[in-house]
Design a protein around this ligand. Sequence first.
Ligand code: TYD
Ligand code: MG
Length: 456
Amino acid sequence: MAKVKTSFFCQSCGAQSAKWVGKCPACGEWNTYVEEVLETTKTTTKPWEESSSKRSATRQAVALEQIKAGSVSRIQSDDKEFNRVLGGGIVPGSLILLGGEPGIGKSTLLLQLAVSLPELKVAYVSGEESEQQIKLRADRLGGDANNCFVITETSTQSIFQLLKQLKPDLVIVDSIQTLHTAFIDATPGSVSQIRQCAGEMQRYAKESEIPVFLVGHITKDGNIAGPKILEHIVDTVLQFEGDQHYAYRILRTIKNRFGSTAALGIYEMQNNGLRQVNNPSEILISQREEPLSGITIAATIEGLRPMLIETQALVSPAVYGTPQRSATGFDLRRLSMLLAVLEKRCGFQFGIKDVFLNLAGGIKVEDPAIDLAVVCALLSSFEDVALSPRICFAGEVGLSGEIRAVNRIEQRIAEADKLGFEQVFISKYNKGLETGRFRATITPVSKVEEVYQLLF
Ligand code: TYD
Ligand code: MG
């Protein structure tokens, strides 16, 4: 019997080692090495080439000048958000990875895409759900299901054979972790299997010019399970994120060979699937009559879209020895920093208070321009003075309490203007702004103390 060749792979970054090591020398993670069996069958024919192996030999080197870029026509789906996130539609022959936590709606998003393209033949390969489950879901989504073919198969060889018969225009694989190839003798979901299967899918996509979507699971720390290598193989990496307890979902691009990574799509999960959200600001601001303390509105930008988000803070006397700090949708360390700035520069005693911070809609914001709104919400709750709901804020707060300039200020103000805000607080250092263009009053401020004096 031939000796089985094995090797150790880091499950986090995909590095290979002949021996087991405790700490990965490549990515520094501990205890991530797992033994995997290397190839046991040696064949040179690739599964999808069995009868058409002459095809690749007919390819020739082409001068860059002679390639017509205009000949690439992207597939446009009904879903405008999705087209935009992909940089203007689906590029033929591209391999697209969609990552996200379990239950966030990856399968729903892609099945919805499949049934919304009646003129295209779509193959939906599922290793996770049965045909009945997919049918139930498709019924729930509505749409035209005549063009969609379900393949519940997990061996790549069989999948390629079925695809050869079916000749689809678009392939969806849910999920890459469930696939396995006979060329490698490792368990499905292991690093070598994922890498090999993704590689086979990539060659299939490139040679057939059919776009392939791969669903990828995410590990606890938010990385796409399996190695980073997967991100190198594919053309586009999309991430679907959101809070399970809220209906809003954000589709981000992490990598895109055919477009910008700044685009972003916002969806709402409903009973009959995902609905595109075209006016995020209007839903992220709760409609209320009387002003309440601790609430401010931040003019943020996510991706390239301006979004007005409600920021809520609650500051109350600490009952227990250690005051509590809690933040939803906002970085807790950044909250501690802002509290320290308020304590040191303005003399507010936050050290003896519990502080809670919440952003509306379960949305996570990384834009630093939200700082000023957070600070004002904290002060408003601390003083128990309500601010007018017609004021919004855009500014980053520095360590010495200075208000820093933020990017795309005009876009932010224009969005606030559109929604009828009367006053916008911005940094004094945002230069070259034509304030006359806007209906809202623009108030430039340079320090946290200054904002406090103006508002309270
Ligand atoms: P799913 O697409 O199965 O998530 P993933 O593939 O990322 O694991 O979506 C799961 C959730 O979406 C599930 O909790 C139910 C909810 N859902 C709806 O609210 N409405 C719908 O129309 C569908 C199909 C699912
Ligand atoms: Mg799923």
